[in-house]
Design a binder for this molecule. Structure first.
Ligand SMILES: C[S@@+](CC[C@H](N)C(=O)[O-])C[C@H]1O[C@@H](n2cnc3c(N)ncnc32)[C@H](O)[C@@H]1O
Length: 396
């Protein structure tokens, strides 16, 4: 296994649209030779880089350590090549394993089947050598193996993260349609918020966006609340190094903020959830929550960075979604002049009712839903434009 200072290749998986930002993030934790793909960044580093990437990346979903790549055009080839890897380097017959599979543009299309074949090859290797086989543990395995087959080439990696890194460990309360924490963090980064000025989510739900913002501003490492990372079970786990990184992260946290972060939601239950989650993330004193419709709220300072994720009408039914979007436009213009507002929506028709000119549109995915993150620059005196065409408001 790896010595402390050995350099090895790694890959960080992320969501569509965050690849450039992830390159920047990984560069800051010591990653070198960074290469961007779609939803992935390849890089090199040592054990410390791997630990830091897991601890500090707000955008990565998993940090993988590739161990072998080979052609896998059929199941026999896959089985044979997996069996050629000396698995005793990573686990014993008494340990547990889990296999996650992804496939694209390949003959083998069934991920569950690829996982099973991979697992079979590994356990058969142990059984043939020792008469005993490791067991599968999908939740807390000694090693989580990731197999990605693309155009019939398989890449086998060890998953150093374990559970996906978007699971920060602070969100015990979920609302109706909570955002993935990685998506929330990525939206905030795309907004170019300076982490030092007023920030608001006018429809905060379970609070993900404002909590991620407060953690960024307080310099709280996103991985600090997680109970476990995959690498902690590996043979080369360096507990001393990991502890020193956790101590360093704690020391670098800012004790408080001198500007406001505000979360508004008309649902009292959503605000109860947000408050609970903020407590778990240690940022309850950094966020002002208000249980009321955003239409009834007036900010103390009109200049804010606003990042929000209104209902789209799909997962949440709204009596009058178009009216809600019209209200967003009206309220932004009325109460937030001088602000930049970013709105994530999958509902293009509803977005037209905002009635303001979007100065940027960024394609993102909320789960499988294709969305746009729309930017509205609310200059003082911004005109709300309503072009009436065939009786409908038209996007401007
Ligand atoms: C898609 S959810 C937001 C999810 C949130 N980003 C999260 O991570 O949990 C939309 C939220 O908008 C809220 N909402 C809808 N209309 C509102 C209004 N007029 N004022 C304030 N909140 C509103 C809903 O209660 C819901 O919690």
């Amino acid at each position: 296994m790896t010595n402390k200072k050995d350099r090895f290749p790694m890959s960080a998986k992320t969501s569509f649209g965050f690849e450039d930002l992830l390159v920047e993030e990984l560069g800051k934790v010591g990653a070198i030779n960074l290469k961007k793909g779609t939803r992935i960044v390849h890089f090199e580093g040592d054990l410390e880089t791997m630990y830091r990437a897991n601890l500090y990346s707000r955008l990565a979903l998993r940090i993988l350590k590739p161990i072998k790549s080979f052609p896998a055009g059929n199941e026999q080839q896959l089985y044979d090549e997996i069996k050629k890897i000396d698995w005793s380097e990573y686990l014993t017959e008494n340990d547990t394993l889990a296999v996650d599979a992804v496939t694209s543009y390949s003959t083998l299309t069934h991920t569950l089947y690829i996982s099973l074949k991979t697992k079979d090859a590994i356990v058969d290797q142990f059984r043939e050598k020792t008469g005993v086989r490791p067991n599968v543990d999908l939740r807390f395995p000694k090693v989580r193996i990731n197999i990605h087959i693309h155009q019939n080439i398989a890449s086998v990696s060890l998953d150093s993260s374990g559970d996906s890194l978007h699971k920060r460990g602070y969100r015990s309360q979920q609302g109706e349609a909570p955002l993935n924490e990685t998506l929330a963090a990525g939206m905030i980064m795309l907004s170019k918020w300076d982490r030092a000025s007023n920030f608001t989510d006018i429809m905060c739900g379970s609070g993900t966006i404002v909590i991620e913002a407060a953690m960024m501003a307080r310099n709280i490492a996103p991985g600090i609340f997680r109970n476990e990372f995959g690498f902690e079970r590996w043979n080369d786990y360096d507990a001393e190094l990991w502890k020193s990184l956790l101590d360093e992260a704690k020391q670098n946290e800012k004790p408080s903020l001198d500007f406001s972060i505000t979360g508004i939601d008309r649902s009292h239950q959503a605000i109860r959830n947000s408050t609970e989650n903020a407590k778990e993330a240690g940022v309850e004193n950094d966020i002002d929550f208000h249980a009321m419709p955003f239409e009834d709220y007036t900010p103390k300072d009109s200049v804010q960075t606003i990042v929000t994720n209104p209902p789209y009408g799909g997962r949440i039914t709204d009596d009058d979604l178009f009216n809600l979007y019209k209200n967003i436009g009206d309220q932004l213009k009325l109460k937030y002049s001088g602000s930049n507002a970013w709105i994530l929506t999958a509902n293009k028709e509803a977005a037209k009712n905002i009635g303001l000119h979007a100065t940027a549109k960024i394609q993102l995915y909320n789960g499988a839903l294709e969305c746009r993150m729309l930017k509205y620059e609310l200059y003082r005196g911004t005109k709300k434009i309503h072009k009436i065409k065939d009786g409908n408001n038209e996007e401007v």
